[in-house]
Ligand binder design. Structure first.
Ligand code: PSU
Ligand code: MN
Length: 307
């Protein structure tokens, strides 16, 4: 049996894919583990609307009822948002077990890429990717997102990586894995809440059409994923120095509580949300929407290039 047998694709996404129209994948760990309810639900719906406004079809991806679901909406989306941390967080190593047990799970960037690729979706929008955690030299905590980007042919539009991570090491591992890191309208690799991280990108592209041409070539050469770094809009951005104090505090708290493994990223996000009195979430939602818009434009341009 092929992996495709486990896919449940919604009718609108299926129709768009068979017509060669633009589709944008959206992840769901951001819904279950990245934001509190009910903001997670309204964010998920708003992000889908942003994708639609570009002419592309949104496809929220999750693992539910023993199926790889592509195009989760309505009651299913509500159920996912309400479950929150009670749902599983599905990384690549969890997928088969979760399908076997029928457990509901939000899919990480790695798993969403895997499922998107199986469904034939080439463009994906998220907030920030997972990466090399600070202290990875002793914890070995390196997100599976970085491996997946190296092997799975999906373009991921993100606002860089959070500085809860070690950005220098994250960029090194991306290079090792052969992942092109493109700056969308910037020479700087962004740091999620901040527009700059102090590190550069490999190549700068200023419009969706030129990104689409690059993606078509990457795909012809069968070379795996691409990371498109799109900085948070100016109006919602933080100075790196303004957020660093909260990050340090959250990291200390995680350490004191003995948080490790897959619990680390959700714990840090939740703690920073509390420490900033919810302000980090406002920026988080703004940057996801901004990524959805750029991903939609790129998917539309890619559909034209490949028509
Ligand atoms: N970074 C964020 N928000 C998120 C995540 C990362 O800014 O919600 C989620 C994504 O789903 C990502 C996952 O794939 O966390 C990475 O988890 P880990 O570090 O355990 O690989
Ligand atoms: Mn990890």
């Amino acid at each position: 049996m092929s992996g495709k047998a486990y896919l449940s694709i919604s009718p609108d996404v299926k129709a768009a894919l068979s017509a060669g129209k633009a589709v944008v994948a959206l992840e769901s760990t951001i819904i279950t583990h990245g934001m509190p309810y009910p903001q997670n639900l309204s964010m998920a719906k708003e992000v889908e609307d942003v994708v639609r406004s570009t002419g592309a079809v949104p496809a929220t991806i999750a693992i539910m009822d023993g199926r790889l679901c592509v195009g989760v909406s309505g009651e299913d989306l509500e159920r996912l948002a309400q479950e929150g941390h009670a749902a599983a967080k599905a990384s690549r190593r969890d997928v088969a077990s979760l399908l076997a047990s029928g457990t509901t799970a939000g899919t990480t960037v790695a798993t969403t890429m895997q499922i998107a690729s199986l469904a034939g979706i080439r463009v994906f929008a998220t907030g920030g990717i997972g990466g090399v955690h600070r202290g990875a030299e002793s914890s070995f905590d390196i997100s599976a997102d970085l491996e997946e980007l190296g092997r799975t042919p999906v373009a991921v539009v993100c606002a860089g990586a959070k500085s809860i991570l070690d950005i220098a090491k994250t960029l090194e591992v991306l290079e090792t894995n052969g992942v092109p890191v493109l700056g969308f309208g910037t020479d700087h690799f962004p740091a999620f809440w901040a527009r700059e991280s102090g590190f550069g990108v490999d190549h700068r592209f200023d419009d969706a059409e030129s990104v689409a041409r690059m993606l078509a070539i990457q795909s012809d050469l069968d070379m795996g994923g691409v990371l498109i770094a799109n900085p948070i809009p100016e109006a919602d951005a933080w100075e790196a120095s303004a957020i660093e104090g909260f990050i340090t505090k959250a990291l200390t708290d995680a350490d004191e509580k003995g948080i490790s493994g897959k619990a680390t990223t959700p714990f840090l996000l939740q703690r920073i949300f509390e420490l900033t009195e919810g302000k980090s979430l406002v920026s988080n939602i703004a940057l996801v929407k901004n990524n959805a818009r750029v991903a939609g434009d790129i998917a539309v341009a890619l559909a034209k290039v490949q028509a």
